[in-house]
Design a protein around this ligand. Structure first.
Ligand SMILES: *Cc1c(COP(=O)(O)O)cnc(C)c1O
Length: 452
C-alpha cells in the first residue's frame, strides 16, 4: 500500500527531495534510497562521496577556493589543461575553460567563427548541425540544436544553421543494418555533402555529438558515419567541432567517443564527467593552428574576448584533476569495457517486452524506445507521458531514472558494480512490464503539438 501511495504522490507531481548521496545511491529526506540511474544527469563517475575526490576538494580549500583567470592564472587550471591535452585526441593542445557544457559549445562556435574572421574569410558565418542534435540550452547552443520540443519556441531568437537529418536507423524506411551503407546514413551524408559543396565559402564548421545523438533520443550513429563526416569536413576545409560533453571521459568505453572511429576534431567541447560529477567545469580544446589565429598585436584585436567569472575555478580544477588521476589508478576504461558487456547482456532481455521497439546503447549510455506497436513502430504521443510514467514506477522500486519522451534513459555511474547495474536493469524491466500490463490506451494526443 505504501508504494501505491507514494506512486500516487509522485504522479501528482510531488518531487522527491534528496538529502545525501552514498556510492550509487541518492537518499531522500525520509531516508529512502534510490539508485542514481542517470548519474546525476550523466556526469557522475564514481558514485557519491567518493573519498579521493572529497579529499582533493578539502585539500584545495586549504589553499584557495577561487580567484579570477582574467589577467591571472592558477596552478590547478594549468595542471588540468596539461592533463587534458595528454588524453585528448592528437592535435588538440590548447584549452579554454568554462563552467557548463553549453558554454563550452558557445566557446567552440565563437572560436570557430572568429578564427575565419581573423584570417580574413569574412563571408564565413554559418554552421552545419544535425536534426535531433542537442548542444545545451543557451541561445547559441540552441541555434545548433535540432529538437523541436525544446527549441522551436525560441526560433526567432536563434541564428540560422544548415540542418542535416540524423541517420535514425530504427526509423529508416530501408533499414539494412547499423552500417554506413544503410540508406539513411548515405542520405544524411549526401545532404551534408551537397550543403558543403554549395555553401563552403560561408561555412565555419560542422558540429555534432560523436557516435550518439544523446538528448535528441539516444540515436546511435551507424558505424563509420562519424568518419565520413570528418572526411567531408577535411575535403571542404571547415572545422569539425565535436561535442563530447555527454560521451567524454569513458562513457562509451573509450576516453572520447571519437576514438571509436579514429576521428580527430579541430575543436572539442567537454563537460559533464570532467569533474566526476562534483563541480561545474567544462572545457573547449582546440588545435594549435586555430589558437595561432588569435595571436597578434593588441591593436589588431584578434583576441578572443570571452571569459566567465568562475573560469578555471581552482576547486573545480582540483577535483577534475583528482578525477582524471583516479581514472588511471582504478583503470576506469577497462572497468567500463567489462561492465558494459554485462549491460549489453541484460539489455538484450528487454527485446521480449511487447512495447520495447529499439534498444540503443554504447558503453554505459542507453536509450530504450517504447512504442505503441512493435510491428509498425507507431509512436506514443508526447502528451501521454509514457516514459515519465514508467520512470515513476521505477522510482517506487528504488531507482531514479529520467526519460526523454518515450525513451527510457539508463546512464549508470561509470564505476558501478555488477550487482547494482543488474538492479538497475531489473527494476527498469519490471517497471516497463508492469506499466504496460495495466496500461489503458486513453490517449491525450494533440496533433498540433510540436513534433520531436
Ligand atoms: C548536457 C549536454 C550539453 C550541455 O551541458 P550543460 O552542462 O547542461 O550546459 C551539451 N552537449 C551535450 C551533448 C550534452 O549532453
Amino acid at each position: 500500500m505504501a508504494s501505491i501511495y507514494s506512486y500516487k504522490r509522485m504522479a501528482e507531481g510531488e518531487y522527491y527531495n534528496y538529502k545525501k548521496g552514498r556510492g550509487p545511491y541518492l537518499i531522500d529526506v525520509e531516508g529512502k534510497k534510490y539508485i542514481d540511474g542517470v548519474s546525476s544527469l550523466w556526469c557522475n563517475v564514481w558514485g557519491h562521496q567518493f573519498k579521493p575526490l572529497d579529499h582533493a576538494l578539502q585539500k584545495q580549500l586549504k589553499n584557495i577556493a577561487h580567484s579570477t583567470m582574467l589577467g591571472l592564472t592558477n596552478t590547478k587550471a594549468i595542471e588540468l589543461a596539461e592533463e587534458l591535452i595528454k588524453i585528448a585526441p592528437n592535435g588538440l593542445n590548447k584549452v579554454f575553460f568554462s563552467n557548463s557544457g553549453s558554454e563550452a559549445v558557445e566557446v567552440s562556435l565563437k572560436i570557430s567563427y572568429q578564427y575565419w574572421q581573423n584570417l580574413g574569410y569574412k563571408k564565413k558565418s554559418k554552421f552545419i548541425s544535425f536534426v535531433n542534435a542537442y548542444h545545451g540550452d543557451t541561445l547559441g547552443a540552441v541555434s545548433v540544436g535540432g529538437i523541436d520540443l525544446f527549441h522551436s519556441l525560441y526560433k526567432n531568437l536563434l541564428f540560422d544553421t544548415f540542418k542535416v537529418p540524423a541517420p535514425y536507423c530504427y526509423r529508416c524506411p530501408n533499414r539494412q543494418n547499423n552500417s554506413a551503407d544503410s540508406l539513411c546514413c548515405l542520405e544524411s551524408i549526401n545532404i551534408l555533402d551537397n550543403i558543403l559543396r554549395k555553401n563552403k565559402d560561408n561555412i565555419c564548421g560542422i558540429i555534432l555529438e560523436p557516435k550518439m545523438f544523446a538528448a535528441g533520443g539516444f540515436i546511435l550513429q551507424p558505424v563509420s558515419f562519424l568518419k565520413k563526416v570528418e572526411k567531408l569536413a577535411k575535403e571542404y576545409d571547415v572545422h569539425l567541432i565535436l561535442d563530447e560533453v555527454a560521451t567524454g571521459f569513458g562513457r562509451t568505453t573509450k576516453m572520447f567517443a571519437c576514438e571509436h572511429e579514429n576521428v580527430k576534431p579541430d575543436i572539442m567541447a567537454v563537460g559533464k564527467s570532467l569533474t566526476g560529477g562534483y563541480l561545474p567545469v567544462s572545457a573547449t580544446i582546440l588545435t594549435n593552428q586555430i589558437y595561432k589565429a588569435f595571436i597578434g598585436n593588441y591593436n589588431e584585436f584578434k583576441t578572443f574576448f570571452h571569459g566567465h567569472t568562475y573560469t578555471g575555478n581552482p576547486l573545480g580544477c582540483s577535483v577534475a584533476l583528482a578525477n582524471l588521476k583516479c581514472m588511471k589508478k582504478y583503470k576506469l576504461l577497462e572497468h567500463v569495457k567489462k561492465i558494459s558487456k554485462v549491460f549489453e547482456k541484460e539489455l538484450a532481455k528487454f527485446h521480449q517486452l511487447p512495447n520495447v521497439g529499439d534498444i540503443r546503447f554504447i558503453g554505459l549510455m542507453c536509450g530504450i524506445e517504447l512504442v505503441k506497436d512493435k510491428k509498425t513502430k507507431e509512436e506514443f504521443c508526447y502528451e501521454d507521458r509514457i516514459g515519465y510514467k514508467v520512470t515513476l514506477l521505477a522510482r517506487n522500486y528504488g531507482l531514479f531514472i529520467r526519460p526523454l519522451g518515450n525513451i527510457i534513459v539508463l546512464m549508470p555511474p561509470l564505476f558501478i558494480k555488477e550487482n547494482v547495474l543488474k538492479k538497475i536493469t531489473d527494476i527498469t524491466y519490471k517497471s516497463i512490464k508492469e506499466f504496460f500490463e495495466t496500461y489503458q490506451n486513453q490517449s491525450l494526443c494533440n496533433p498540433k503539438a510540436p513534433k520531436r
